[in-house]
Design a protein around this ligand. Structure first.
Ligand SMILES: NC(=O)c1ccc[n+]([C@@H]2O[C@H](COP(=O)([O-])OP(=O)(O)OC[C@H]3O[C@@H](n4cnc5c(N)ncnc54)[C@H](O)[C@@H]3O)[C@@H](O)[C@H]2O)c1
Length: 283
């Protein structure tokens, strides 16, 4: 279905004239965040590691919002020089950034066979994997906030949104990742990094919200629950049994929260975390 952007909106949600940079923007949720903000009028600066992925993402966003204005620029959130070069490109293009969404991650995800990508038992978790995942998910958010936040503080307006997870407020329940045919010492586990990164993002959120509060830069977190994609049926059933809503999320269900958190609709809210997880974290 094609939806035209710039429909009449409640004024507080209107992002016309605003520029939003999304990290990890070519991934599953990055595209959804972009669509959410395009729908409310923002111009998007979509960034990711890979130009091909970015091109595909732009095609997907334009197929849903043909009039969207998107700059798609390569940016590695672990590399300060790469972030600074995007900042320079913004300056050359006369773009003042209004919104930063720290979304990039190397996630530990379950595939159709029930295997966990980027997972690992705590006992054997490699330091290199820890470092690589923390570099993207946590240090990347620190570096992007450090580069893009100060100009917002100078202009006395801006929004930073950190994408955390329901696992920022609860521990992973490792039983849902079990594979019946594997011995105990080969059972895969949700990575320790995931908990540490997502919980750390809440600390960064509160720190920066307090730090820049008087300069009009608001910093909040969104904690989505798991989105159903191609995970194995066994995993989906076990996870669903832990969710009061009785299902995993659909990829477009966070759009309204992104629109709220990135606009004046949330203007008196900073340092907070919205947990949208079908109730998973309440039981
Ligand atoms: N998908 C879910 O079910 C879910 C649930 C809760 C939270 N989240 C969070 O939402 C965010 C997006 O998740 P997703 O499902 O879209 O993941 P995804 O893997 O589809 O997208 C992540 C993107 O980050 C990019 N990336 C990786 N390293 C990077 C780097 N060094 N610099 C720049 N970009 C880099 C990847 O290329 C990828 O496009 C993540 O922070 C994730 O933890 C996802």
């Amino acid at each position: 279905m094609t939806v035209q952007p710039h429909k009449p909106l409640p004024a507080a949600f209107d992002l016309n004239g605003k520029h939003a940079l999304i990290t990890g923007g070519a991934g599953l949720l990055g595209i959804e965040h972009a669509c959410a903000l395009v729908e409310t009028g923002a111009v998007i600066v979509l960034t990711d590691l890979d130009e091909n992925l970015l091109d595909q993402a732009v095609i997907e966003i334009r197929s849903r919002f043909p009039e969207s204005i998107i700059h798609s620029w390569k940016m590695d959130v672990t590399d300060k020089a790469s972030i600074l070069s995007v900042s320079e490109r913004l300056r050359e293009s006369d773009i003042d950034l209004d919104i930063l969404i720290n979304n990039a991650a190397i996630d530990s995800k379950v595939d159709e066979h029930g295997n966990i990508e980027n997972g690992g038992r705590f006992e054997d978790f490699e330091l290199d994997d820890w470092q690589a995942q923390v570099d993207v998910g946590l240090t990347g958010a620190f570096l992007c906030s450090q580069v893009f936040g100060p100009p917002m503080a100078v202009r006395e307006q801006g929004v930073i949104l950190n994408i955390a997870s329901d696992l920022s407020v609860i521990a992973p329940d490792q039983r849902i990742y079990r594979q019946e045919d594997l011995p105990e010492n080969e059972q895969q586990k949700k990575a320790v990094t995931y908990s540490v990164i997502k919980t750390g993002l809440l600390g960064l959120t509160r720190y920066l919200a307090a730090y820049w509060g008087e300069q009009g830069v608001r910093v909040n977190a969104l904690s989505p629950g798991g989105i159903q994609t191609s995970q194995s049926d066994a995993f989906v059933t076990r996870l669903t049994n832990l969710i009061p809503a009785g299902r995993m999320a659909r990829k477009n269900e966070y759009a309204s929260a992104v629109q709220f958190l990135c606009s004046d609709a949330s203007q008196f809210m900073t340092g907070q975390n919205i947990v949208m997880d079908g109730g998973r974290s309440i039981i």
